[in-house]
Design a protein around this ligand. Structure first.
Ligand SMILES: Cc1cc2nc3c(=O)[nH]c(=O)nc-3n(C[C@H](O)[C@H](O)[C@H](O)COP(=O)(O)OP(=O)(O)OC[C@H]3O[C@@H](n4cnc5c(N)ncnc54)[C@H](O)[C@@H]3O)c2cc1C
Length: 488
């Protein structure tokens, strides 16, 4: 087990002499998935206790912007004139995802409007408005954002595009507000929370059923019995270098900045694995090269070290980041002309500015004529409003013809890439943790980044799928655990 999370193998029930508490459902980790599990479990009448390693709940969910990827015709979509249906949302997610779990995607899309209404019923505010500029997140309290690859090729041909990024109504990052409303609902439902309590081992009975958790609480080891189920909702593993080395080594590349809370150490995934749960898609991560705003940079072209384009620049920044990573030696540059370049605070470094594309090509050390030919080809068709190679939308097409020309450093390994992990335990849609052989680990459930549900790849990621998925499948896991037959 990793020294970064100090999880140990399961304890035998017969070895536990004293239980601090006995409950029906025990939740490990109180962020987005955990608090939603707690609400549903407590509302189902189960005695529910959440253990939280930090001094308070919230986790990465409370640090987030609080975009939730929801659709199928929510109140906000309708108010903003965005046509959507569960079927189009399903088509889009299936088209984007690598190795999607069809049953989970269908459930998520068909339950999306109801999930939105559930959040509203708890008091989570969403404004009936849309922010139309191309940004990573809107600075205002507006709700809807085109937060993925919906309008980029080939996805716009595979599903009718719709804006689905729903941000909780608050200027700036709304994660704290989202978590406050959810935790108040959990408390009102009767769920209890014990902070500064870090789960470090599961407890199994003689039949191999998970029946509790051993945790450390201010240096003391304490045991908790769960009569119906344990829900693992302890977040991802971006902060565990050992696990990253093993599963997602790209996140250790210079320049990549793993983001999340300090307890994103994979302990929940390790707890699940210790009981036989199989972790899946552990190499999957969100890996982004934020190059907009300013939105005008979308008019530029991304090229690799051979001067060749490789992605539609109107794709989501996470998809572009993933494509940059896959280029030879990770080298990637955004080429802009004077008409579309806008200096931006904290933006990508300008590594060359030249009066001609020939000079820029030389400055970047590219083979002769490589960039010149790419720009000439792009310009010829852009003037006609076409992009035969990557089908960038007309609204972003204009010849790069106004000197000087600039190259922005976007190379993977040389510049800032925020990242976090997406892999987790394989589960049924109900949250039941599965073994390698596809059998249920009795008594054990997982959700949020401890599981692997909707977001499964950098190239198909859309903002809002993590918090959307954590809250949606967290609820299912809480409900399933509460409905499990009691142990003894
Ligand atoms: C800056 C930032 C912004 C983001 N914005 C968005 C966004 O707008 N939309 C979106 O979809 N995604 C966003 N993400 C990703 C998203 O926030 C996370 O993937 C998601 O919130 C994870 O939810 P979770 O419930 O799985 O984990 P968390 O919310 O992190 O909760 C896990 C909890 O478990 C606790 N814990 C860990 N180990 C243990 C243990 N052993 N015992 C007990 N407790 C433990 C942690 O302290 C934490 O409180 C963002 C990420 C970052 C870093």
């Amino acid at each position: 087990m990793s020294q970064h999370s100090s999880v140990t193998r399961p304890r035998r029930l017969s070895d536990i002499s004293h239980f601090e508490r006995e409950v029906d459902v025990l939740i490990v980790g109180y962020g987005g998935a955990g608090v939603c599990s707690a609400i549903e479990s407590a509302r189902a009448g189960a005695r529910t206790l959440a253990l939280e390693a930090a001094g308070g709940g919230g986790g990465t969910t409370a640090m987030s912007t609080a975009h939730l990827y929801l659709g199928g015709g929510t109140r906000v979509q309708k108010a903003c004139g965005i046509d959507d249906s569960p079927e189009e949302m399903f088509r889009f997610i299936m088209a984007c995802a690598e190795d999607p779990d069809e049953e989970k995607v269908r459930l998520y899309c068909e339950g999306s409007v109801a999930h939105f209404e559930w959040l509203v019923s708890l008091g989570v505010p969403f404004k009936d408005s849309i922010f139309r500029e191309r940004v990573v997140f809107q600075p205002t309290d507006d709700c809807l954002l085109w937060s993925g690859n919906e309008k980029a090729w080939p996805f716009r041909e595979l599903a009718v595009p719709a804006a689905r990024g729903h941000k909780v109504q608050m200027e700036g990052d709304a994660g704290p507000l989202l978590f406050r409303v959810l935790s108040e609902a959990a408390a009102a439902a009767g769920a209890e929370l014990l902070c500064d309590t870090r789960a470090c081992a599961l407890i199994e009975d003689d039949a191999g059923r998970v029946v509790g958790v051993v945790a450390t609480h201010f240096g003391r080891e304490v045991a908790f019995l769960a009569r119906r189920g344990v829900v693992l909702s302890a977040g991802g593993f971006a902060m565990n270098p050992d696990m990253l080395r093993r599963h997602a080594p790209e996140l250790l590349t210079p320049g990549v900045v793993p983001i999340g809370n300090p307890h994103d150490d994979g302990s929940g995934i390790q707890l699940g694995s210790s009981a036989g749960g199989a972790a899946v898609h552990m190499d999957a991560c969100f890996l982004s090269v934020p190059f907009y705003p300013p939105s005008s940079h979308t008019r530029g072209i991304f090229v690799n070290a051979h001067g060749q384009r490789f992605v539609a620049e109107d794709s989501y920044h996470g998809r572009v980041g993933d494509h940059c990573r896959r280029q030879p030696e990770g080298r990637a540059y955004l080429i802009l002309d004077d008409a579309c370049y806008v200096p931006s605070e904290g933006g990508r470094e300008v590594i060359a500015v030249e009066a001609s594309i020939e000079a820029l090509e030389r400055a970047l050390g590219m083979p002769e004529s490589a960039l010149v030919n790419s720009v000439a080809f792009f310009n010829r068709f852009a003037a006609l409003g076409e992009d035969p190679l990557f089908h960038k939308s007309r609204e972003w097409l204009a010849p790069l013809s106004h000197p000087p020309f600039a190259a922005l450093e976007c190379s993977f390994g040389k510049t800032w890439y925020p990242a976090f992990t997406l892999g987790g335990l394989g589960t049924r849609a109900s949250g039941e943790v599965l073994t390698e052989a596809g059998e249920v680990v009795p008594g054990l459930f997982a959700a949020g980044r401890n599981a692997c549900n909707i977001p499964r790849s950098a190239s198909g990621y859309a903002s809002g799928t993590c918090v959307g998925d954590a809250t949606f499948f967290g609820r299912l896991a809480g409900r399933s655990a509460a409905a499990s037959p009691p142990w003894k």
